[in-house]
Unconditional design. Structure first.
Length: 227
């Protein structure tokens, strides 16, 4: 099918407008990207919150260990003071046993405290990594939001006027097989990236010719970024 370039662009405008009308709730690429980045940020936020909770829990555990250690040290010191004045053998035996148990438990707590400090260092590093990822995710979402805010209002296209300016033979074929842009690699009807040989065949057609997609059969309007 041969068609002047200006009419090819009208056909593409018609196809885009009718495709949009068929999917009135369809989102533009910038809006889809914002949704994707927002969902990703939500996942990172959840992970960052979990990482912070793990740090908080370990900090509480460290405080508990330190408080238990202080209590046991006071107990061990009190036993020591009582032993210095106690003369009853049975009572001394009980105090010595209690003092030994306190010192043994203090040693265990010091070991637990060392492990807790090692663990909290790793947990804080994990939390900081999640925080950095969250900062980056926030920056990406903000940039995506600015891109969405900058989008122009969707214009209402007079499809009847566009059809009136195109040949009947072309419209009959278009209504049967559709039309879409081809950016040199991908058909925007089936969104398949064509193999190199097929891309070359499409791009090698005469400027006033409308090649068809080897995959879906749609009429292809070759476009460049400037168009």
């Amino acid at each position: 099918m041969h068609l002047p370039k200006d009419q090819q662009l009208k056909l593409l405008q018609l196809a885009d407008a009718e495709r949009a009308a068929a999917h009135p709730g369809g989102k533009r690429e910038e809006e889809k990207e914002l949704e994707r980045l927002t969902a990703e940020r939500d996942r990172i936020t959840s992970a960052a919150s979990a990482a912070q909770m793990a740090v908080d829990d370990m900090e509480l555990e460290i405080l508990r260990i330190q408080e238990d250690e202080r209590k046991l040290k006071r107990r061990e010191l009190d036993d020591k003071h009582q032993l210095s004045a106690e003369t009853d053998p049975e009572r001394r035996k009980d105090l010595e046993h209690d003092r030994y148990a306190a010192k043994s438990r203090i040693a265990d707590l010091l070991s637990e405290l060392k492990e807790a400090h090692n663990e909290i260092a790793a947990l804080r590093n994990n939390r900081d990594n999640h925080g950095a990822r969250l900062d980056e995710a926030n920056r990406k979402v903000e940039a995506a939001q600015r891109a969405v805010d900058a989008l122009p209002e969707v214009e209402q296209v007079d499809t009847a006027a566009l059809r009136a300016g195109l040949p009947e033979e072309l419209l009959s074929l278009y209504d049967d097989i559709g039309a879409a842009a081809f950016n040199g690699r991908t058909c925007n009807s089936c969104f398949i990236q064509l193999p190199p040989a097929e891309r070359a065949e499409v791009m090698g057609a005469d400027a006033d010719e409308l090649p068809t997609c080897p995959n879906c059969g749609a009429l292809l309007v070759r476009v460049t970024p400037e168009q």
